[in-house]
Design a protein around this ligand. Structure first.
Ligand code: 13P
Length: 281
């Protein structure tokens, strides 16, 4: 099956009352694990390359792996750029064949963010590629809940931004953060509800790692369209390799080592999909 774009997956999610898992991968084994879990759960998946990993992995390599995985799979798969830093980075991924890109200029002033996001939308939509952007600040997870709350998305500005740019989905700041939480996150469900009611495009939540399952479940029930998760997979991968090499000699079978890491990532992905598809119709 050819890669699907975000819009196809987000429409599917709305129809079936699920949240799309947007999971980060930077190599073949992680991508295989995510797609295998998606297949087992009969759930669509967006595989994303974090902006810092684009140079490491190679956008063309990641797209080729995703396309092969899609050919082996019965579910819809999209390939996306996560937190793209510039028009040029988005273009690089679009040229490599990605089906979705995020352009994240949330830290820039509003007019610049709108101008650059619109440029990406024009390029992407001309090729059937979907676009995600962000408003508000999604900080790193070592911050306190009060510090996280300072970056909350303003619903009025968010509505205007979506109208001004024509993006396909919007990442919002409602209490989650990126990475490993130092404090238990406090989700502002009231704000999330307001954003879901007023913003005219699907809503994306980032920082899915370590967010309590009951909070994720509540956000899924409320109707978030896409949940981003990265750190939990990378930690599972590292932990599995660490324990494998603790138990084996360094010159052991490398395929066995990588298999253990791949299986560990798949287990985490299966648990995420269970929550994201819990209210499926
Ligand atoms: P985590 O690494 O905290 O899961 O965040 C992932 C993310 O939001 C990527 O955009």
């Amino acid at each position: 099956m050819a890669l699907s774009n975000y819009v196809e997956l987000l429409n599917y999610a709305k129809e079936h009352k699920i949240t799309v898992g947007a999971f980060n991968a930077l190599n073949m084994e992680i991508l295989q694990a995510l797609v295998s879990a998606a297949d087992k759960m009969d759930a669509p998946v967006i595989v994303q390359t974090y902006h810092r990993h684009v140079d490491f992995a190679g956008a063309d390599y990641m797209k080729a792996i995703a396309e092969v995985a899609s050919g082996h799979s019965g579910v819809k798969i999209a390939m996306g750029l996560d937190h793209g830093r510039s028009y040029d980075q988005a273009k690089l991924c679009i040229d490599a064949g990605y089906s979705g890109v995020m352009i994240d200029l949330a830290s820039e002033d509003y007019d610049y963010n709108v101008k650059e996001t619109r440029r990406v939308v024009e390029l992407a939509h001309g090729k059937g590629v979907s676009v995600e952007a962000e408003l508000g600040t999604i900080v790193d997870a070592d911050r306190t809940p009060d510090e996280i709350a300072r970056g909350y998305t303003d619903p009025e500005v968010a509505g205007r931004f979506v109208r001004d740019t024509g993006i396909d989905c919007l990442a919002v700041s409602v209490g989650t953060a990126h990475g490993t939480y130092k404090y238990t996150p406090e989700i502002n469900f009231g704000l999330l509800g307001e954003l879901l009611d007023t913003v005219q495009c699907p809503i994306v939540v980032h920082g899915g790692s370590g967010t309590p399952d009951e909070d994720v479940e509540k956000m899924v029930r409320m109707g978030i369209a896409k949940l981003n998760v990265g750190t939990d997979f990378f930690n599972a991968y590292n932990d599995a390799l660490y324990s494998f090499y603790t138990e084996h000699t360094p010159h052991c079978d490398i395929a066995e080592a990588l298999s253990s890491a791949r299986s560990a990532v798949e287990q985490v992905a299966l648990r995420k999909f269970h929550i994201l598809t819990r209210f499926r119709i």
